[in-house]
Design a binder for this molecule. Structure first.
Ligand SMILES: Cc1cc2nc3c(=O)[nH]c(=O)nc-3n(C[C@H](O)[C@H](O)[C@H](O)COP(=O)(O)O)c2cc1C
Length: 182
């Protein structure tokens, strides 16, 4: 029997990402877990507008969104608990500039360089609508068709009791189980 646990958003786990933008000529990074998919090339981020990284996103209209694997988890967590308003986080990740000028962390396995398309404000939060312009992925994580193999990448996910989960186990291809039913 189910219990009604109220208006609890259960649409988790979500991917944990490190978001980067240039602020006054230096990269600033923060961790975001309220991540969604808007369309094939649209990623949504729900962010607190007062974060320092958001200043750079607003000023440049560019940002990077990096998936986090286990090797990156500690630094991702760090940039999620310390603000660039208090501590210089620019050297937490080595980086290069992407084609659009957003900072691309070198050690992140997959990084999307995005353009900020739109911002919706609700309940004091900003929903950033981000268009993916370039995706930089480690060669070793690509399959023979050049697509990211999420069995190899093993991204870290977030669950709302504040735990990180590890993925990487493919239980079935899509479409086949549905076809086999009845
Ligand atoms: C696990 C975790 C998830 C987080 N998810 C978000 C998020 O989805 N949106 C957000 O605005 N802040 C999120 N934060 C908080 C920011 O990453 C944090 O306040 C950061 O220090 C802001 O840095 P900045 O001011 O240098 O930009 C998260 C923090 C942690 C530890």
């Amino acid at each position: 029997m189910k219990r009604n646990i109220g208006n609890y958003n259960a649409a988790f786990p979500t991917p944990v990402v490190v978001v980067g933008s240039m602020v006054d000529g230096k990269p600033n990074w923060f961790e975001v877990a309220w991540v969604g998919i808007g369309d094939k090339d649209i990623v949504t981020l729900s962010v607190t507008p007062s974060h320092k990284t958001c200043e750079g996103i607003r000023a440049t209209g560019r940002l990077s969104i990096a998936l986090v694997d286990e090797a990156l988890m500690q630094r991702a967590d760090y940039v999620g608990i310390v603000s660039g308003k208090k501590v210089d986080k620019s050297e937490v990740f080595d980086w290069t500039a992407g084609d659009l000028g957003a900072p691309i962390p070198t050690d992140a396995p997959v990084v999307m360089e995005c353009e900020l398309l739109d911002t919706y404000t609700q309940h004091g939060m900003n929903l950033l609508i981000c268009k993916v312009k370039n995706t930089y992925a480690e060669e070793s994580l690509l399959d023979e068709k050049g697509k990211i193999d999420y069995g190899k990448l093993k991204p870290i996910l977030f669950e709302p009791r504040f735990n990180y989960l590890l993925t990487g186990h493919i239980v079935s291809p899509c479409i086949e189980p549905g076809k086999a039913y009845k």
